[in-house]
Design a protein around this ligand. Structure first.
Ligand SMILES: Nc1ncnc2c1ncn2[C@@H]1O[C@H](COP(=O)(O)OP(=O)(O)OP(=O)(O)O)[C@@H](O)[C@H]1O
Length: 226
């Protein structure tokens, strides 16, 4: 599903954020991505989402090299990827409904279908009935779940989450992770970048560890995180 072959990323500043990174995340696989601050986690996710391009090597989605994707084709690739950010990046002056509907509106879904899908996504994250509220009226955990609903509303086969539990207490963090597990059970590939080693240790999933831009460990969480 997602494959990195000998990927380097050197930013324009000259900083090398990733160094010869190779791994393969299969269809329907769930994994954590961990490492200290500045290790290169966000950079790795950005290369999958085409928010950055590799300096060397290749990133593949479903066997297609992203190196061959031109600017016009980027939205088509992104359609297959739901991205969740730590700061959730909600539009604060728009309702919960509008925030979650955004990917469907961009893709030109008919109104009825949009309503149906938004309701299904909000139901999944336990926020049905909050459509008309504004994000400021919700708790931090609820806002994060709106971000998740928005990421999954068009049923992408890949979910990338960058520190999705960074601002949440341990109980809420586990709830969010359980949601990812649910998506994973219906064959969605899930890659979660996190600092939270306690959370990783509890969940026992494959964990990719990055240090200074190098992939230094790839194994079960109990082996690599503790
Ligand atoms: N656009 C950029 N230009 C130059 N350097 C960058 C850019 N983006 C990231 N970097 C640098 O690349 C390195 C990796 O950054 P990245 O955001 O991938 O780390 P991270 O592991 O996600 O860190 P954190 O956990 O703090 O979010 C850092 O040293 C960072 O300063």
């Amino acid at each position: 599903m997602i494959r990195f072959d000998n990927v380097d990323k050197v930013y324009a500043s000259g900083h090398q954020a990733l160094n010869n990174v190779s791994f393969h995340l299969k269809k329907g696989e769930m994994a954590f991505l961990t490492g200290h601050s500045g290790a290169g986690k966000s950079t790795l996710l950005k290369l999958i989402a085409l928010l950055e391009r590799p300096t060397r090597g290749n990133v593949f989605i479903n066997g297609h090299s992203l190196n061959t994707v031109n600017r016009k084709q980027v939205p088509f690739v992104r359609r297959d990827i739901g991205i969740i950010f730590q700061d959730h990046r909600l539009l604060m002056e728009r309702t919960v409904f509008d925030n979650v509907a955004l990917p469907l509106v961009i893709e030109g879904y008919p109104h009825l279908e949009t309503r149906r899908r938004v309701a299904a996504a909000l139901d999944k994250v336990g926020l049905l009935g909050k459509e008309r509220l504004f994000p400021t009226m919700l708790s931090g955990g609820e806002q994060q779940r709106v971000g998740i609903a928005r990421a999954v509303v068009n049923k992408p086969p890949i979910i990338l989450a960058d520190e999705p539990t960074g601002n949440l207490d341990p109980h809420l963090s586990v709830e969010i992770l359980k949601l990812f597990e649910e998506f994973n059970r219906v064959d969605v590939a899930v890659l979660v970048a996190t600092h939270d080693l306690g959370l990783i240790a509890r969940m026992r999933y494959r964990t990719l560890t990055i240090k200074g831009g190098y992939l230094t460990n790839d194994g079960l969480s109990s082996e690599s995180a503790l």
